[in-house]
Design a protein around this ligand. Structure first.
Ligand SMILES: Cc1cc2nc3c(=O)[nH]c(=O)nc-3n(C[C@H](O)[C@H](O)[C@H](O)COP(=O)(O)O)c2cc1C
Length: 134
């Protein structure tokens, strides 16, 4: 009855081992300020181990500040994020799971509280930026 569900499917050049997909969920487990950390790897690894064919990531920021959708989300801002994302990819690939990253910018739905908290945190780490954002 479920042969189709557990049969492979192809999306473009990507072969997916079954038709079980996890919808995107931003779970706020990633690094504060954006980025892959051990907690989000463990979260996705548990799902991959469970046999999911395709994981769609929760919203992934492409820039800080007004680009922040959640305080603790994965990020693809620049080359500095590639190592973390590569680690995440390698982890789910161990189980034959594929992963698509949901690139995201909140646009006019920016959460000013998240953006402001980020700016303040960054300013406290970079005293030379004092006055830049305020
Ligand atoms: C906690 C939570 C976080 C979510 N985060 C995202 C997200 O980052 N991106 C997105 O496109 N949808 C997000 N969604 C929407 C889900 O992917 C899904 O579309 C929604 O839960 C409806 O699915 P259902 O009809 O199977 O319940 C989120 C949903 C939940 C419950």
């Amino acid at each position: 009855m479920y042969e189709k569900l557990f049969s492979p499917v192809r999306i473009g050049r990507v072969e997916i081992k079954n038709r079980v997909a996890m919808t995107p969920m931003g779970v706020n487990l990633s690094a504060p300020g954006g980025g892959v950390n051990d907690d989000i790897i463990a979260f996705y690894e548990a799902r991959a181990r469970g046999g999911i064919g395709l994981i769609l990531s929760g919203i992934c920021r492409v820039m800080d500040g007004t680009g922040a959708g959640k305080a603790c989300q994965i990020a693809a801002r620049d080359a500095g994020d590639l190592q973390g994302l590569g680690g995440l990819r390698d982890t789910v690939h161990k189980y034959g799971t594929r992963m698509f990253i949901q690139l995201h910018h909140p646009g006019r739905r920016v959460r000013l509280g998240v953006a402001l908290a980020e700016w303040q945190a960054r300013r406290s780490r970079r005293p030379d930026w004092a006055g830049f954002f305020s």
